[in-house]
Each structure stands twice: as structure tokens, then as C-alpha cells.
Design a protein around this ligand. Sequence first.
Ligand code: GDP
Length: 366
Amino acid sequence: MQNKSKPEWIPDNAGNEYTTSIMPGIKDIKHKSKPGKTAKHLTVDDYTNGILAGNITILSKAITLIESNAQRHYHLAQDVLKNVLPYSGNSIRIGVTGSPGAGKSTLIESLGLKLIKNGLKVAVLAIDPSSTVTHGSILGDKTRMESLSQETRAFIRPSPSSGTLGGVTRKTRETMLLCEAAGYDVILIETVGVGQSETTVRSMVDFFMLLLLPEAGDELQGIKKGVVELADLLVVNKAEAQNKMRAELTQRAYSNALSLLQPATKGWSPKVLTCSAVEETGIWEIWSAVNEFRLITEDSGIFRERRQKQLLDWVDTMLNDGLQRMFFDNPLIKSKYKICQEAVLKGTMTPSQSVFDLLEIFRKTK
Ligand code: GDP
């Protein structure tokens, strides 16, 4: 029986023995864990000092700890995070989404290289929901951002390749904090429009950008309306001379659509710009929009307000995930749940009664 006063995933025995895990993406370990290779080599202080000194090797190792599904790594990573937390939060966090082929990685590379030339440090993270479902990857299979990856002031980290979206989200958020503590000024988080991924990225960034392709008519592309509503900036990419007209039609169609929507950020009217990531035109305009957004929202307090709300939402999301896991992993619930489902389908029990009974059973097992 667990001590009721603390969550079950807190170690019972000098930090080395773990029972049940309720954290997304953290595996149950029911045996005494041996110190891992990484844990043996580097202490919490080694990780902390290395990250704060901007050491890329140590930063990468710390992210590997965060991505590990072992409980012992989870706790080590949390200790490191706690130490570096006061040094995080100083970057601008930018989400980039768009259909595969829209030019996200080309644009991120083009923008990233310009920012680096201007003295900034740029980190690129990815959330690839396809990898969590199919174990294949839309974002990760290509050789991406080759020039950017060779820059010492750039750090590129693909999305963790397995786990639930909840687990991947936690890992990306925590990775973002480590990158900030390591001195990255701009964090770009890339995702494709699959499932909940845009909403997930929106929930962890300050500024959200949607990349579009030039279209022949003035009709809207097959982009979910909900995603347009999340965006602070829409960018029609591939707007070279031969596509100029189509790009402008698309720009107009989306400007009209936006005028009917509630802005994603209070006090900021989303813009629609055009660019060519390949010819590197319109890139500074994108960066100017980001800066203008930052000035306006910092001034109005919306920037800070959103970050605080995101933090609390993060706590709630993890708490919900944890509670659900705890509930459905309960052996008594596992068997009763099936019985209740059958009774509801037969019409011998109401849905409310089944929920009431299940919660009562769960309450009594605690
Ligand atoms: P992603 O899947 O959204 O990351 O798209 P990529 O950046 O991989 O680009 C998909 C394809 O579009 C690649 O062949 C790029 O070279 C091409 N591409 C990207 N940006 C542009 C652009 O501005 N103009 C043109 N003509 N092609 C581009």
C-alpha cells in the first residue's frame, strides 16, 4: 500500500525504488533501479553547470534524460530542471505549422540562419504526432536543415520518436526550458497538421505561425478552420515571381477570412504575409512581425499572462493524464469498468449510475 500523502510515482526508498507511474510516457519500474550509465557519469550539478554554460553535448544528454522512459532518469531530469528553471523563460517561443511540403523546414532554416548571423542563438524542436502513432515520421525522415545544423549557434532536436502525445508534449516543453537555460534566444517548434498537434504547440508558444501554399483561386486551402484561428501570422510561402499572383490571391482570401475570426491573441490582429524560403525574400518581414507582436503584447501584459496561463494549463493537463492513468490502471476498476459498460449497453444501468459506482469503487481502493 502506498503512502497516501504523496503521489505513487515518488520514490519510496532513498530515491531508488519505484512502483506505479502516472506520468505520461514514464514506464512502471517495479524493481530496484540501478544507476544508469548517464547517471553514473554526470551528476545533477554537472548537468546544471553544463547547460548554463551552453555546452551542447551536456544539453543533448540532459534532453535524452528527459526523453527516457525510465523512472530513475525522470527524477534526475526533474532535479536538473528545477536547478535551471530560474534561468529559463527568456526566449521567444514560436510555433510553426503547415501541411507537409509547405516549406516549414526550408523557412526555419532560412530564418534561423539570418537570426544567427545577427548574433542570436536558435533552437529548433519538433513535435511529430505521426511518429507517436505509426512510429514512422513525417517530420523526421528527411535530411533537414543541413546548413542550420552545422551552425554552432543552432541546436536542432527532432521529436521523441515514441510515446503518447501527452508524453511527447511534456518532453518538448521540458526540452524548451533546458534550451532557454542554455541561452537560446529563439525557440522554433515545428509541427505538422495531424490530430491535436497544432493545439498542443499553440499551448506552449508565444507566437504561432501557419505556413500556406499559393493557390490558383481565392478559395481557402484544406486547412482546418480551427488552425487558422490559432495563428498570429499566416505566411504564403513559395511566392516567387512565377507564383506571385497566386500568392497574392491566397493572401487576400486569408486576410478576408481572418477579418471574420476572433484573433488568437488579444490586442493583436493576425497578419498574412508572403515569402519565398528558397529565394530568402520576405523573411525579415516575418521576423519584424514577431518583434512587433512581442512589443505589443509585452506592453499590454498579454505576453506574460499567456505564459502564466500556459504553465497552469500544463499542470492541469499532466494532472488529468496522471489521474486517468491511475484510475484505468487500477485492477479493480479494470474488471468493473467492463461490467459497467455491458450493463449500460443492456440498459440495466444508467451511464450516471455506472460512473458513480466506478468512482465509489476507486475512492474505496485508495
Ligand atoms: P515541410 O514539409 O513543410 O517542412 O517542407 P520542406 O521545407 O521540406 O519543403 C518542401 C519542398 O518545397 C522542398 O522541395 C523545398 O525545396 C520546397 N520549398 C520550400 N520552400 C520553398 C520556396 O520558398 N519556394 C519554392 N519554389 N520551393 C520551396
